[in-house]
Design a protein around this ligand. Sequence first.
Ligand SMILES: [Zn+2]
Ligand SMILES: [Zn+2]
Length: 360
Amino acid sequence: MTRLPRRLWFTILGLSATALLIWVFSGALAERLIFRVIERAASTADPAQGLPDGLHVGLCGTGSPMTDPRHSGPCTAVLAGHRLFIVDAGPGSAATLNRMLLNPGRVEAVLLTHFHGDHMGGLGDLALQRWVAASAESPLEVHGPIGVKTVVEGITLAYSTDNDYRIAHHGERIVPSGGRGLSAKEFLMGQGDRTVIIDSPSLKVTAFLVDHGPVKPAVGYRFDYKGRSVVISGDTRASAAVERESKNVDLLIHEGLSPRLVALMESGFARHARTAYAQVMADIRNYHTSPEDAAEIAQRAGVRMLVFNHIVPPLPSRMLDVRFLGDASARFDGPIRVGVDGDWFSLPAGTTSIEVDSRP
Ligand SMILES: [Zn+2]
Ligand SMILES: [Zn+2]
């Protein structure tokens, strides 16, 4: 029997593998895969179902203005009992909320920390998805400090033609005209540069001024629900206000910028004569917080767990978490996590436990 040349064997194997793949993906298996994706997307599964009563915090965006396909712009979902709030809606965060099976129709309000684009670039998409998902009859409420009206009016105007098309196409029953767009809930800071914006028997939400100058105002938020608590720093340099508001809090979601890694980026841009980017890398280091400083704040405040979001620079691998954190772990006695999109932190009422679930 004649032996086939080795090259011919490889060709036959390659063609067979290709034929197998075509057969698999054009047949029943492909249909089953598509069906599963559709089922998942269409599911009305509510992450609140099956969860114990308490405070549940989901990371729907842990990125920053720096392009990063793995991390949406800043977004934190806070489920207090059955009330769902979104703190900041960065670019891509509405899609991440969907991947986390959070029904946008359930969003009660968005709370903006400040008006940098990375914190509100996904607001239009979120408003649109909530409107359709809930057939909402009132606009999406957006709480924020002075300046929120301008943002809300601008995004509502930008989407107005889209909204006209949808009403004409799907009808008032599906997309009631009263539910289109956004509505601003502007608040002023009270005594001590803080103000309570939601005060119900079981839930209190407090806004407090942080230090992100020259960006003013910029705020963080504290949620208290049935004895459990979370603080979200928003963008800030190391802030005494964050430390004050985080006193004995269960969970501190803090922004983080690694000065060492950003300095490396600055020199990289400078080497390639990209002077504008190099300058930005130098500038941003003075209005964010290093992981080490955030860890010291958490330690002094007696925080139970510290989680980083707004990760600068983007980390292409979890193996770089250690480089990002630097000495932070030595400065805080509790657990530290570099957040990723899809993380959930559950704080059941009447307990002191914090359960972590990562579903990327
Ligand atoms: Zn900012
Ligand atoms: Zn930011």
